[in-house]
Design a protein around this ligand. Structure first.
Ligand code: FAD
Ligand code: MLT
Ligand code: ZN
Length: 470
């Protein structure tokens, strides 16, 4: 087939989805071509906004036949440059935003079937409307889409109790790289009929196909919740406290997030209206969320009793319990504001076994200080999952810019510690463009060979999200 010129391609796409849904003007394209952190920006032929699975299928088939790279895009909140073009070849961005229907809620099966472009917050709201709970929660939930969450296997703050996005998916509908549609929309909790194909597409960052719909698990809606902001001496004590709370409160503990004093101070400067929840200055904090059936008073009384016990054993310095939903929201706003409050630095999204997290922080802090004296790590994140956002800056903007220019040296120091502790260099954000090369040094040759074999089997023409993951 002769390659279509740009204008012929745009006409052909317009035939499939309508001309209003093929964006070609620079001002319309700009938001789709640059990632959330403004680290990656490149042009593509156009942006296509199909309305349903059939249109996605026909767009993919056309692009594949033209050997044009296909870049699936959800809410474009990804942090590794996976959702924007690379500019390495002819590419088309396929926005899933118009596939935003809740197809079905089945309260007795505890499932919801949604299209990929549903914003995460809308899925949570639909679950609530059915007196159920959808547990995936992250600060970008007002913009990120469920297709993006599945494709990055997003984590967020409730993984401790409910698991990653992968654990929420029972079935998928996927447009394969040649345009065929795989209908795997099964709402089964048990199905041992060979390979679990949906798992290939979850966390694949759009490199194996486009997810167009999913069947997701729902849970009983918790009747009561409690939120605590807890001050501690060190991450080591935070890990000890986690074990204590889980031992005494079990699955009532839903979230357990670490915040360093430096992160809190960045939020106090950045987020208008935020305030320090405690009177005194403390080096480390944990934000913990609890949920239960029964009364909120009973849950709070139980939690207070446990926290007093921990204070007596010197495991915690101080704590503030939210007394209203507004107070709980204010505490969570501090946590959710951290990414934007320390936007520019060398970001890391690492995981190690929970038991080794304190050692990771101690060793990385010391190694970085030796190599880059005066360095300022912003340490926060999902300590309950062994996942930290360990973001490294310098005391002023010019020095931080100089450090960012030496990002690979910073990464080498941090990743050496990660490897020594048996960890991962991407816990929840994925690889995208950011870690595409880096990962080669952290996976075995056999793992890389298996990944490449899967890619070749499903996408022999290599059209899906070129230049990402592999
Ligand atoms: P996009 O950014 O649009 O895309 C991400 C990747 O998925 C790309 O590779 C893209 O090509 C692919 N993709 C998107 N949709 C599809 C589809 N339908 N089919 C196939 N491939 C597709 N992440 C966490 O894990 N935990 C957090 O706590 C967290 N907090 C965040 C807080 C903030 C303030 C921000 C800005 C981001 C945060 N993130 C977090 C990162 C981001 O929100 C998640 O990775 C999210 O899952 C991305 O969803 P999205 O719809 O924006 O996807
Ligand atoms: C978070 O947990 O806040 C996110 O993953 C975002 C980030 O790391 O910046
Ligand atoms: Zn995170």
């Amino acid at each position: 087939m002769n390659p279509l010129s740009r204008s012929e391609l745009i006409d052909a796409l317009a035939q499939l989805v309508g001309s209003a849904q093929v964006l070609t003007e620079a001002r319309d394209l700009a938001p789709y071509f640059t990632d959330w952190r403004k680290q990656y920006s490149a042009n593509a032929e156009c942006v296509v906004r199909p309305a349903n699975t059939g249109e996605v299928s026909r767009v993919v088939e056309l692009c594949a036949n033209q050997d044009i790279g296909i870049v699936p895009q959800g809410g474009n909140t990804g942090l590794c440059g996976g959702s924007v073009p690379t500019g390495m070849r002819r590419e088309v961005v396929v926005s899933l935003s118009r596939l935003n229907r809740i197809r079905e809620v089945d309260p007795l099966n505890n499932t919801i079937t949604v299209e990929a472009g549903c914003v995460l917050a809308a899925v949570q709201t639909a679950a609530e409307g059915a007196m159920r709970f959808f547990p995936l929660s992250l600060a970008a939930e007002g913009s990120c889409q469920i297709g993006g969450n599945l494709s990055t296997n997003a984590g967020g703050v409730n993984v401790l109790r409910f698991g990653n996005t992968r654990e929420q998916a029972l079935g998928l509908e996927v447009v394969l790289p040649d345009g065929r549609v795989w209908n795997g929309l099964r709402g089964l909790r048990k199905d041992n009929t060979g390979y679990d194909l949906k798992q290939l597409f979850i966390g694949a960052e759009g490199s194996l196909g486009i997810i167009t719909a999913a069947v997701l698990k729902l849970y009983p809606k918790p009747e009561a919740s409690a939120t605590a902001w807890i001050a501690l001496n060190s991450p080591r004590e935070a890990v000890g406290l986690l074990a204590s709370l889980r031992g005494q409160l079990g699955d009532r503990l839903v979230a357990f997030e670490l915040v360093s004093r430096r992160c809190l101070e960045a939020v106090l400067v950045h987020a208008r209206g935020s305030s320090d929840p405690l009177g005194d200055v403390h080096p480390w904090y944990v934000l913990a969320e609890f949920a239960d059936c029964g009364s909120a008073d009973a849950l709070r009384a139980n939690l207070e009793r446990v926290l007093v016990g921990c204070a007596e054993s010197a495991a915690l310095r101080d704590a503030a319990l939210a007394h209203s939903a507004a107070q709980a929201r204010a505490l969570w706003r501090i946590r959710e504001s951290i990414p934007e409050a320390q936007f520019s630095n060398v970001k890391h999204d690492i995981s190690v076994p929970v038991s080794r997290l304190p050692e990771f922080i101690e060793r990385s802090d010391a190694a970085l200080e030796r190599r880059f004296p005066g360095v300022t790590p912003y340490t926060f994140g999902h300590i309950g999952d062994g996942n930290l956002h360990y973001n490294v800056g310098m005391p002023d903007a010019a020095a931080t810019a100089a450090l960012i220019a030496r990002r690979s040296e910073v990464n080498a120091v941090v990743y050496e510690v990660v490897d020594a502790l048996g960890g991962s260099i991407s816990a929840e954000h994925g690889l995208g463009q950011l870690k595409r090369e880096e990962i080669l040094a952290h996976k075995s040759a056999l793992e890389l060979e298996m990944m490449r074999a899967i890619k070749r089997a499903l996408d022999p023409r290599q059209v899906m999200n070129p230049g990402k993951v592999l």
